[in-house]
Write a protein of this length. Structure first.
Length: 358
């Protein structure tokens, strides 16, 4: 297996996940080195290798698609897992036997993992201890011998990246080597890569913004304008920080590219899956109808359930989270939800205590 020194790194890089974001990251990586892309289905791998097409997405010639996870691990010291959170632990468990301490994993999954007791469900009154909630980084550390781990987060709408539009991301890790290697392999003339040592904060910021994006889509679906959107985004950021601090996140991470940057992009674009869920709800479709024809997972739906359950446990008020939950799962209409939030007694804009000041 090749060295992972960033100074001379030209070894193949692995990507786990052939969805929209995995494909976008694979294409970026392929501008700098060869890429092994793991897909679930053989027909997808065959299409990429023979026609350079992945369900309508043009794939770089430096990409080799495969369904063999062992092949990826044996050929790549650096691997980017970019798969839905619901299947993340299972995939990492499949990868684990082939990993060594020399491997580096930088994931791009904006979701969390919860191991509930047998028979338990995240109902509206379920109380979930935040200590039972695992980030994807924690899953990697729990399931593998790899310790050099990082995550990438930011306003990374996959379709725009695939189209070659300018964009950026944040790579967060406790290890300088991980950050530098991520920057070296991912950076292109159209894709900037920033760094952060606040792995937990960056990861949590990228997760929680998906809930607010659902609300933003609903707001646009109702036809409301920029004043309403600005209100939602700013109050949403406050609530993200409020919940994120209980998960160990630092306030500073929420004010950067992975926090407010990603929140603005995801809350403003019809290309966002979470935004699309909210928009279609506002247009009268049911959640079941929306999910039935979505090609990929909207992570905000699962994150919403988890955030609501954590708020129940902590005994904190999270009005946006609670209202979005009632719209998706409690039978409340989008209009009723908006009416409730407009009447909610928000008397203080920003509380200094959120930032550790008096």
């Amino acid at each position: 297996m090749s060295s992972t020194k960033s100074s001379d790194y030209k070894a193949p890089v692995g990507v786990l996940g052939g969805g929209s974001f995995g494909s976008a990251i694979a294409n970026l990586l392929a501008e700098n080195q060869h890429v092994y892309l793991l897909t679930r289905r053989q027909e997808v791998a065959d299409s990429i290798n023979s026609t350079r097409n992945n369900r309508g997405r043009t794939m770089h010639e430096n990409i080799t698609a495969t369904t063999n996870i062992k092949l990826v691990a044996e050929n790549c010291s650096l691997i980017y897992p970019i798969i839905p959170s619901a299947g993340f632990r299972e995939t990492i468990q499949s990868l684990a036997p082939y990993l060594t301490p020399e491997h580096i994993l930088i994931h791009g999954t904006k979701g969390v993992d919860v191991q509930l007791p047998p028979g338990a469900m995240l109902t509206s009154d379920y109380k979930l201890n935040p200590k039972k909630v695992n980030t994807m980084t924690e899953v990697i550390l729990q399931e593998t011998i790899v310790r050099r781990v990082g995550c990438l987060a930011g306003p990374n709408l996959a379709s725009e990246i695939i189209d070659g539009q300018p964009a950026a991301t944040v790579i967060a890790s406790h290890f300088d080597e991980v950050i530098k290697l991520g920057q070296r392999t991912l950076r292109t003339p159209r894709f900037q890569v920033y760094s952060s040592k606040d792995l937990t904060g960056v990861e949590i910021a990228g997760i929680l913004k998906n809930v607010i994006a659902i609300a933003a889509g609903a707001l646009n679906g109702l036809g409301y304008g920029e004043n309403a959107k600005a209100l939602l985004i700013s109050r949403g950021l406050v609530e993200m920080i409020h919940i994120g601090k209980h998960l160990g996140g630092d306030v500073v991470a929420f004010l950067g590219l992975a926090g407010i940057g990603d929140l603005i992009a995801t809350s403003s674009s019809p290309r966002s899956r979470n935004y699309t869920v909210g928009y279609r709800l506002a247009k009268g479709e049911t959640l079941e109808e929306i999910l039935a024809d979505m090609e990929e997972v909207a992570e905000g739906i699962n994150t919403l359930k988890i955030s609501k359950a954590m708020a129940n446990y902590l005994g904190i008020r999270a009005p946006l989270t609670e209202t979005i939950y009632e719209v998706l799962f409690g039978g409340k209409t989008v209009e009723e939800g908006l009416d409730y939030l407009m009447k909610f007694p928000f008397y203080v804009d920003i509380e200094r205590s959120m930032f550790g000041t008096d």
